[in-house]
Design a protein around this ligand. Structure first.
Ligand SMILES: Cc1ncc(COP(=O)(O)O)c(C=O)c1O
Ligand SMILES: [Zn+2]
Length: 425
């Protein structure tokens, strides 16, 4: 039986100088207390959003020239305490590639692919984890903790290892082995919970609070979304002021989506973009509670979740408010796609653009195909697809999708015979 243990008391702390307040997305109340991560008035569902001093975006824009191509170039719009120690790894700064063959296949004028699988632990989550670990170190936390479908976990373990901070991680039973391997290689303490992600999340939240560990949970910890938004600031710089008509992103808890919308808005405030592109928010059909809520104009309700895209297999999204509100501001579109469309998008991204995405990483691409077919995206559009995780993260799915290689003896004649046989097929 568990002994009762109170959450550790924390010393009051001011916000970083460039942050003006934390603002509750439900009631609009502002707080200047660093630790008020959920709203005192609204309770645990009152998610807080980080607000910056009015001049921060303009200041940042004037200083970008000459700064390193990583996410810290946006530091005026990040919640970093003065003198905070940053990880030695390069976080963010992912490449953007033109994908003309994919554009032709999808039936739109231009497609660009932003490959966030090219981060230190091979997913976009490194952007958020880096903020989490930097803040945990800055406040003198003894340990950082996280529950995750896999990628937030492996990124937390990765960045924590780079800064010498102990990490405790909770993953659901179905987390793919490569992600578990990453966790253990990075030296994290890992609990594989005999439950789905939603239950794992609850368990981790309780244990983390009881021990007073620093919570790397992008839904509850308001600072982490700030890392995620840097993908959109980079995209804005890479595309130039005309930007894109659409930015497609996959959605599980909704933190990435909220970050992307916020980053695009801030890119406009900073003068990097002329207008905010529309965002295509894509969920797998088997795990689409936010799509259903948005399309029916009601608050979200938890639903059972099942999809090949393990990273977005989320029935109880933890950042529903932020995600739904962000999309209401953005005026983009919600869409759900079948697992077979997700697998097709994985092949298309790999074979037509040379980008190997895990299923959730390719789901944005699947959404574009569906949105073009449904007339949501116009054929004249420029579309940016965010690839949020690398394909090597879920090798079982990839291997099941492809035919095996041609087995052959180490002999020229054998290869020639195999070539002839292959031609005949
Ligand atoms: C590869 C990948 N894509 C997309 C997402 C969705 O992000 P969010 O849960 O913040 O909506 C995740 C989250 O784990 C992910 O790992
Ligand atoms: Zn509130």
């Amino acid at each position: 039986m568990l002994l009762a243990r109170m959450p550790a008391q924390r010393a009051a702390r001011p916000l970083p100088n460039n942050v003006s307040s934390l603002c509750c997305v439900r009631c609009g109340r502002h707080s200047t207390e660093f630790w008020e991560w959920t709203c005192r008035d609204c309770g645990p569902e009152g998610r807080m959003d980080v607000r910056y001093q009015p001049l921060a975006a303009g200041l940042m824009a004037n200083r970008l020239n000459g700064r390193a191509w990583d996410q810290w170039r946006y530091r005026e719009l990040l919640p970093l305490p003065d003198g905070a120690r940053l990880p030695p790894l390069t976080v963010g700064g992912s490449p953007l590639s033109e994908a003309p063959r994919l554009a032709q296949h999808l039936g739109v004028r231009r497609v660009v692919v932003k490959d966030d699988g090219r981060n230190p632990s091979a997913s976009l989550k490194d952007r958020a984890s880096a903020i989490g670990v930097v803040l945990a170190v800055a406040v003198g936390a003894e340990r950082i903790a996280c529950a995750s479908t896999g990628n937030a976990a492996s990124s937390c373990a990765c960045i924590a290892a780079s800064m010498g901070l102990p990490a405790t991680i909770f993953v659901p039973r179905r987390a793919p082995l490569p992600k578990v391997a990453q966790l253990r290689m990075f030296g994290a303490q890992v609990f594989r919970v005999d439950a789905d992600y939603d239950t794992t999340w609850e368990l981790a939240a309780q244990v983390t609070a009881r021990h007073g560990w620093f919570d790397r949970n992008a839904a509850v910890n308001p600072y982490l979304v700030e890392g995620k938004k840097t993908v959109a600031l980079e995209l804005a710089e890479q595309l130039g002021p005309n930007g894109a008509d659409w930015v497609a992103v996959s959605v599980g808890d909704g933190c990435t989506l909220a970050g992307v919308v916020k980053g695009l808005e801030e890119a406009v405030s900073a003068g990097l973009l002329r207008q905010v592109p529309r965002v295509l928010a894509v969920q797998a059909r088997g795990a689409a509670p936010l799509v259903h809520a948005a399309q029916q104009g009601r608050p979200f309700a938890p639903e059972p979740a099942e999809t090949v895209a393990d990273s977005i297999c989320v029935g109880h999204p933890r950042n529903a408010d932020k995600a739904l509100l962000a999309m209401a501001r953005n005026g983009g579109a919600w869409i759900e796609v079948d697992d077979r469309d997700i697998l097709a998008a994985m092949s298309d991204l790999a074979q037509l653009a040379g980008v190997f995405a895990e299923p959730a990483g390719a789901t944005g691409g699947a959404g574009v195909a569906a949105a073009v077919a449904q007339g949501i995206i116009d054929p004249t559009a420029t579309v940016a697809i965010l690839v949020t995780g690398n394909g090597l993260k879920d090798i079982d799915t990839a291997i099941k999708m492809v035919t095996p290689p041609i087995d052959v003896a180490a002999d020229v004649a054998a290869v020639e015979r195999a070539l002839l046989a292959a031609d005949g097929n």
